[in-house]
Write a protein that binds this ligand. Structure first.
Ligand SMILES: [Zn+2]
Length: 85
């Protein structure tokens, strides 16, 4: 009892607007293109911007972030043990 409300109700972040969010998981990466004719082709994206913190990443970094996103989210939210590999 109370565990669920703790999980769902205790997620409020009290972060001042001008304080950089260090623990951003960069879960939503928006592709950006330098040349207009490449727009829409994710393979040709020149960089990726995190929608949450607006930080930009090189394609290799973005790929790495995507690869490790589930791991990093699991680290931040322990309790998912027992999931099959
Ligand atoms: Zn971010």
């Amino acid at each position: 009892m109370g565990l669920l409300s703790k999980l769902f109700g205790g997620k409020k972040q009290e972060v001042a607007a001008d304080v950089p969010i260090v623990a951003c998981p960069h879960s939503v990466l928006v592709p950006r293109w330098d040349s207009v004719q490449d727009m829409g082709i994710e393979d040709k994206a020149t960089r990726f911007m995190c929608e949450a913190c607006k930080q930009e990443f090189a394609p290799a970094e973005a790929a790495h972030l995507r690869d490790t996103l589930l791991e990093r989210l699991a680290l931040e939210n322990p309790g998912g043990e027992g999931a099959s590999a």
